[in-house]
Write a new protein. Sequence first.
Length: 366
Amino acid sequence: MRRDKFHKYFQLNGTSFSSVDEILGYTSNFSDEIHQFLTIWFSDQACVVVKTSGSTGVPKEIKLEKRQMINSALATGNFFDIKENTTALLCLPTEYIAGKMMLIRALTLGWHLDIVNATSFPLRGIKKHYDFSAMVPLQLENSIKKLHQIKTLIVGGGVVSVNLQDKIKDTTCAVFATYGMTETITHIAVKELNNNASFEGDLPLFNQFYQTLPDVEIFTDSRSCLVIHAPKVSNEVIFTNDIVRLISDHQFEWLGRLDNVINSGGVKLHPEKIEEKLAKIISNRFFVTGIPDQQLGEKLVLLIEQVDSCDISKSLKLEIAELKTLGKFEIPKEIYFVDKFVETTTKKIQRKKTLDLVNYSTKFKR
């Protein structure tokens, strides 16, 4: 195996390596999953098989070309201006593409990567400071008091709520939401969440819009869904189910998933936008969705996790009704309470499966 398959400054948990065999020997005693992945990575195979999370459908396996994974790593490094000897923390599962790409970025760019267990509290017990890391929103929520230990953080795998954005606005860590999927080898666009970016990019960032990485073209189709042409990370033009508003050739506003759109009496409702507004008054995890209705076709309902419905239903009903930013059709017709939302292994809420848990006798009508 060739020595030039990884950057000379690459370190893993404080250990340097002079050969691929040393890396594989180290990881064999450290993590079977990482060892197996890197064995394939350093092999002569041109592709790597990765799993999708299954948050919007049945999980599936897809093939990604190694050269395109390297291109993705280089694009991230260039965009955030993070080069060799960057200290980075991997706290995501390496079973999925986000965790795998942290490894590839480290190998490609020469990072000093530390790996910790992928828990909901990734910074618990950690005293070291890092230049770069990646988390899901739940991990970010549970790390706010220690965010000063990270210089730049990217957050993916779910929407960062308005409440959470408010909590991170004064942190010294520059936090970015990412847009991407397994097929695009993680993110092809980012959005600054707290105005703390310390690097100088080629293009300005707009807090409310996603900014594409270099060599990414974006369009919309007849459904108003995002179309991605990113030849350095994908051989195919990717037609998504994400409804967006194009701001420019390089910026877009994400409005929500086509799969989630609710047609209520002929009015199309975007749950994600309604959830942004409701987040101002609901602290527990929640989401809105549509259920069949004889008159409307679909009616908007609200599901809330782990709440005593007897205590909060009436007051919450009143707060929702008085929320000025909600339109007439954006007010949920009913409220349901669920003990625990159904999640993927990457902590994404599975809306349809959670809805199946609803006991329709424990509802609170508007």
